[in-house]
Write a protein that binds this ligand. Structure first.
Ligand SMILES: [Zn+2]
Length: 434
């Protein structure tokens, strides 16, 4: 038997152990709570914005408090994949912001440890949707940017439209439900061969072969015109065929007559074979200074050393090396118009020299005030810079050699397809694309 004293000591001991255990338990609990507080919860803000008339991507991002420098970086990066100058009303932008925890200061002593943390909002993803199926996505990885393109599965339908006109071809196409853009696509190449104003007559006939894209039965623009023809009382049959070169943004892609001649009026040759505008004409945030500045031309994407062509015949009025901002630069005078080619790596012409349309005059470079290889292309009329995008440009006025052979093959395929569809009583053919 234990004495009362011993019982008392044991009792005290048990209570002490119990208190210690509770205390330790509390301590552990407290630390767990603290750890939970330190782990940041992922917070995401997503904004969806539809482009309104007169709005640009710069304005949209500025309103979301993205800095000028960041906007310049993001648009320059995406500009390699997207032509922002063709952003249209109704296109949408989706901006995803995330938050990261930043440790601002750390205070530590024997008894107290304090970390002051704050949340910093940053743009994590920027998505540009030119139509309901296409998404161009910029992903901000913190120290680098990456790009992803997503296309939802769509179906294509090809069909032939035949008709006769009462007033005009335009009128007949309106009645068939074609949009303004579609009508222009059909009429413009034919205009190169037919003077509709003087030669169109009632009952003249036309034929159009086209390819349309659908997503969930909704039509997605643009419609691809593959073939168009016109025949009338005063006009012999005129035909135009689509030629597709190897690349999607090839300037050589377009409508040609059966001899491989480009069906465009007053066209100049494009300065590059591949026309991709990475930065448009007008006010923009400069990619280097991060400030709003007037951009007096357009920037065309292209690899270092890519050949640059004279857009029309003329006389070289400037051939200058390392001319500050524009670097190696050529200017050509064509009557009242001057064209400018800047940041070149190579110059093949001298001041005063005559050049032909399509002559190779230099090569793409990154000389002067430039962030990477590209062609700055400018157009001056009566001493003022104009938007060169308004020039009608083609990659080839006349297809030659291997391009011509390739075109003849494609033309043959188009004719066969049309005949096939005619045989199957004008039933639309269905095919699926991914
Ligand atoms: Zn430029």
């Amino acid at each position: 038997m234990l004495s009362n004293d011993k019982k008392y000591i044991l009792y005290i001991l048990m209570i002490t152990i119990l208190i210690t255990m509770i205390a330790c338990g509390k301590k552990i609990q407290k630390e767990e709570v603290l750890i939970e507080e330190i782990i940041p919860k992922e917070k995401i803000d997503i904004f969806k914005k539809t482009i309104n008339p007169g709005e640009s991507i710069y304005q949209v991002l500025t309103e979301m408090n993205v800095s000028n420098q960041d906007i310049a970086n993001y648009t320059r990066f995406l500009g390699d994949y997207v032509d922002f100058t063709s952003i249209q009303i109704g296109d949408s932008l989706i901006v995803k912001f995330k938050y990261k925890t930043v440790k601002d200061s750390l205070f530590e002593s024997d008894t107290l440890k304090q970390v002051i943390e704050s949340e910093k909002k940053y743009l994590a993803e920027l998505t540009y949707r030119p139509d309901i199926i296409t998404s161009h996505i910029l992903i901000n990885n913190g120290d680098s940017l990456s790009y992803e393109k997503k296309i939802l599965p769509f179906t294509t339908r090809k069909r032939i439209i035949k008709g006769s006109i009462d007033k005009s071809l335009n009128n007949a196409l309106i009645k068939l439900g074609f949009s303004t853009t579609e009508r222009q696509q059909i009429i413009k190449p034919l205009e190169a061969a037919v003077s509709f104003e003087s030669d169109a007559r009632p009952n003249d006939i036309f034929e159009v072969y086209l390819e349309e894209k659908f997503y969930n039965n909704e039509k997605i623009s643009p419609t691809k015109i593959i073939y168009a023809s016109y025949e009338g009382k005063r006009v012999r049959k005129k035909e135009s065929f689509r030629f597709v070169d190897d690349k999607e943004d090839s300037a050589i892609n377009g409508m040609y007559d059966k001899n491989g001649k480009a069906m465009v009026i007053n066209a100049v040759r494009s300065p590059l074979n591949y026309m991709h505008i990475s930065s448009g004409f007008g006010k923009r945030i400069h990619p280097i200074s991060g400030r709003w500045k007037m951009h007096t031309g357009i920037d065309l994407r292209g690899g270092y050393g890519t050949p640059v062509f004279a857009v029309a015949k003329g006389i070289v009025s400037m051939s200058s090396r390392k001319n500050k901002g524009f670097g190696n630069e050529i200017r050509i005078r064509h009557g009242e118009m001057i064209t400018q080619y800047a940041h070149l790596s190579k110059i093949y012409v001298r001041k005063g020299q005559k050049v032909r349309k399509g002559q190779k005059i230099g090569a793409i470079g990154t000389t002067g005030y430039s962030t990477g290889p590209h062609l700055h292309f400018g157009l001056m009329k009566n001493g003022k810079w104009k938007n060169p995008k308004n020039l009608r440009m083609v990659g080839a006025i006349q297809l030659k050699t291997n391009k011509l052979a390739k075109f003849k093959l494609q033309m043959k395929e188009i004719i066969e397809e049309i005949e096939q569809i005619d045989i199957t009583q004008n039933q639309p053919s269905n095919s699926t694309n991914l």
